[in-house]
Every structure is written in C-alpha cells, then in structure tokens.
Design a protein around this ligand. Structure first.
Ligand code: CMC
Length: 431
C-alpha cells in the first residue's frame, strides 16, 4: 500500500475534509477514512461492505470483472493445474512457493499432526448421530482449544506456527470423523504414507472389513477441490475469522467462528443447497418450471450454485472445476445419474436465458464441486465440511497476517442508529 499524493474531498455543510487516497499493488485505490470521525461528526455507512476495504492484505487478489483470482500473484488455474493443495497451503501461509526441501519438510510436519487427541473420540460421541456434520465441526474445532493448550498463545510465534499446522493437518481427520459418526461406522485413523487428498478419501470410505483404495483421478479431483477453495480474500467467513481474532481470541476458537459463518447457504452452504436444488428439480423436463420460479420477482426461490457477489463475468474456479467434473463423471460412468443430467441441462438453459445473462449469473464453483462430490459418493451434508477443511488454510493465513501486523486493532464497526432516543423508565403498573 502506498500514498498516492491524491486526496478525495468530502464537503459537509460547506466544510471540506481532505481524505488521503492509498494505492494497492492491484485493484482500485481506497479512500482512507480512518481519521474522518473525530474531524467530522459522521460515520460512513456500508452494510454488506460492498464498497469497503476492511484491511490490507498481500495474500489473495480478485478482479471480479475480469474473472481473475491470484494467490500471492499466481493465477488459480496455474495452481490448480500444476501445483497441489499442500504446496498452495505453503504459498498462502509463507508468501512464496517452497523449494523441494521446504515442501518436503512442510508435508512432513503436516503429516505428523494428522491424528487427533484420542480423547476427542469421546467428544464426538456426545453429539446426536443425526447431527449435521457442520454442527459437529463447529463444536469439535472450537473444542481443539481445550485439547491443545500449548498452541493457543497468539503472541508466541512458535505456538502460532504449531496451531496453523495442527489445523491444516487435523481438519480432514475431523471432517471424516464427523461423517463416519453420522453414518454409524467406526472412525478410520489417518495413514501417513498417503497424500493429503487420498488420506481424506480413505478416512471417509474405508471400513474395517474392506480397505478403500482411491483412484488417482479421484484423489486428484479431491485435491483440486481443496486447492480451488483454499482462499478467497475477505469473504464473509474470512472476515468473521479476522473479526473474532481481532479481540485476541485463540486460533481454534476463531476458525470455529469461520466454520459457523461458512455454513450459511449464501456462502459455503451453497454447495449443499445447489445439489439439493438439483434434486428438487428432479428431472430435465422440470427445468423450465424452476427457471421461471427463479426469475419470478414474487418468488424468493434462487437457483443455488448460480451467481457471485464479486465475480460478474465468470468464476475462474468454476472453469477448472468443470473440467474436473467431466473427468470424474467419465471415470465413474455416471452419465445416467438423473441429478447429473439435470445439472448439465440446467447449466445449458440458464446460460442461454436472458434473465441470467443480463444479471451476469453463471454457475459458480459450488455448482460443479457439488456434482463431483455427489459422483464420488459423498452425501450432500458433507459438501460444506469439505469446503471448511479446504478453506482452513486461507483462514489461518489471513489470521496469521493480521496477528503479525503491529498496527492491528480490535474490529469495532459503528452503526446508523434507528432506535428510540432518550426516554424515562416507566414503572410496570403505569404501562
Ligand atoms: N438465482 C436467481 N436469481 C438470482 C440469483 C440466483 N442464484 N442470484 C442473484 N439473482 C438475482 C437477484 O434476484 C437480483 O435480481 P434483481 O436485480 O432483479 O432484484 C440480482 O440477481 C442480483 O442479486 P443480489 O442478491 O443483489 O446479488 P449479490 O451479489 O448480493 O448475491 C449471491 C450474490 C452469491 C449471494 C447470490 O447470487 C446467490 O444467492 N446465489 C445463490 C447462492 C450461491 O450459489 N452462493 C455461492 C457463492 S460461491 C461460494 C462462495 O464464495 O461462498
């Protein structure tokens, strides 16, 4: 961030205030209003943060108009095509691509932390069997602060590092355990000879009676899902993690807050909602009826998995994800799956429809990731936990960046108050 020598002038009741304009390395300039309140008796108003930069960050850059997503400068399609999830984790956390020795060391450190404290198994069994795996994830990840006391001091760089590695390493184990618990099968321990994605698939699909050996194409597709969800700048859950952390709360509690925010259907919950929407449509001949519902201003039905707050031309993650979806569907031979047939036809019809074209609504990453996960055999309730495990590295990288910034302040927005003004208390018998 640099000063531009440019200023914006704000005039209120004839009095002018010069506001500095700061330049980012890419993207629009920002008007620095930090000192406005104090000089003038006004706040700025931006619910939904559509015009507000909440922090400065050097991790991820998005150009929504051009469909650009860069991690530390590297385009997402190159990372998804040439790299793999753990290397992207290193890049997000430390800022540069690792040398082969650094990568080997990082992978080893993550691998050595994949098991969870044995007592956590009992913590799981306190949940109802039919609990949503996201409910279990919020609880169990929050509870990590009760199990790993030696990595909760945010002022100690070593503890921050251990907490980061623990979260990245244990999240697949926790997500797989949430799944196994839900379906009534025994937990499967992680195996250190498998790569990150294959290990997760095995922990989900192996049973003591039969070892699951993931097909490399499926492991690759799983790894891509992780990579494509790894970070996405200041989205709702990341902003939640930052706000929670700004009070000095421990990282496990903050990541649990991020998971809670991600759960909503307008954010990470969209992958589950998208597949459920396809199931509700049910057959190709009912697509026009649902497209009409989505277009009806008096009906609040939306086609889940379509549209994005930031991307207004295409979602660069969806492009890569679509390619993966085709590969997985080819491998598994699920062309006859009616849900997937609906997905393919819905995509085609919506992309040709004037309503969707005009509003720049196109399938987003969650539309295709849902299709892949359905084809792999995951129930819809596992879609959002998989998003949460992938996004953990992004949350952690943003948390680390914020904590390491000496100018960090507690996040404390103000408001446009619309309630009653000062009035006197009235005794109950007089009301
Ligand atoms: N189906 C039908 N109409 C839609 C949809 C949709 N999925 N999304 C937006 N619209 C319409 C909306 O009704 C409005 O129309 P009008 O101008 O006539 O009132 C217009 O498009 C603009 O909508 P908006 O709600 O102002 O747009 P937004 O930028 O605030 O919302 C969104 C973005 C993602 C919340 C929204 O597109 C949506 O609800 N999509 C479905 C949920 C979804 O797939 N979310 C996942 C996003 S990708 C994963 C992630 O990053 O978390």
């Amino acid at each position: 961030m640099s000063d531009t020598n440019k200023t914006a002038t704000l005039t209120i009741d004839g009095k002018s205030y010069d506001l500095p304009i700061l330049s980012p390395s890419a993207g629009p300039d920002v008007i620095d209003i930090r000192k406005l309140y104090g000089q003038a008796d006004v706040f700025t108003y931006d619910p939904g943060f559509t015009s507000t930069a909440s922090c400065d960050s050097s991790i991820t850059y998005i150009d929504g108009e051009e469909g650009v997503l860069l991690h530390r400068g590297y385009p997402i399609d190159q990372l998804a095509g040439k790299s793999h999830f753990l290397e992207v984790c290193y890049l997000l956390l430390y800022g540069e691509l690792p040398s082969s020795a650094q990568l080997e060391d990082f992978e080893k450190r993550v691998t050595m932390h994949t098991m969870v404290h044995e007592q956590m198994h009992r913590f799981f069994t306190g949940f109802r069997r039919d609990a949503h795996p996201m409910a279990v994830m919020v609880g169990v990840v929050g509870a990590m602060s009760a199990f790993y006391h030696d990595s909760t001091d945010i002022h100690d760089p070593w503890q921050r590092e251990v907490a980061s590695i623990r979260l990245i390493a244990k999240m697949p184990t926790i997500a797989a355990m949430a799944y196994k618990y839900n379906i009534g099968q025994p937990f499967v321990y992680p195996r250190n000879d498998l790569d990150y994605a294959s290990n997760f698939l095995r922990m989900c699909f192996s049973v003591p009676a039969e070892e699951y050996v993931p097909d490399p194409i499926l492991s690759r597709a799983m790894d891509r899902i992780f990579t494509l969800h790894a970070d996405h700048e200041q989205n709702a859950s990341t902003s939640t993690v930052r706000l929670a952390s700004s009070s000095g709360a421990n990282p496990f509690a903050c990541i649990a807050a991020g998971i809670a925010c991600l759960w909503g259907p307008a954010h990470g919950g969209a992958n589950q909602a998208a597949l459920e929407c396809l199931k509700e449509i049910g057959s190709v001949d009912r697509i026009p009826e649902f497209i009409a519902k989505a277009k009806d201003p008096d009906d609040n039905f939306r086609l889940m998995g379509f549209g994005h707050r930031v991307y207004k031309n295409f979602d660069p993650r969806a492009k890569v994800m679509k390619q993966s979806a085709d590969e997985v569907l080819d491998l598994l031979g699920v062309e006859n799956n009616p849900i997937l047939a609906v997905a393919k036809e819905l995509e085609k019809q919506a992309l040709e429809d004037e309503y969707f074209i005009k509003r720049k609504l196109f399938p987003n990453v969650d539309f295709y990731s849902g299709i892949i996960l359905e084809a792999m055999g995951f129930p819809t309730s596992m879609f959002t936990p998989i998003f949460a495990l992938s996004r953990t590295v992004g949350w952690i990288s943003q948390w680390k960046e914020m904590i390491e910034d000496p100018s960090m302040k507690i996040g404390r927005p103000r408001q446009l108050y619309t309630g009653a003004t000062l009035r006197d208390y009235v005794d109950v018998e007089k009301r």
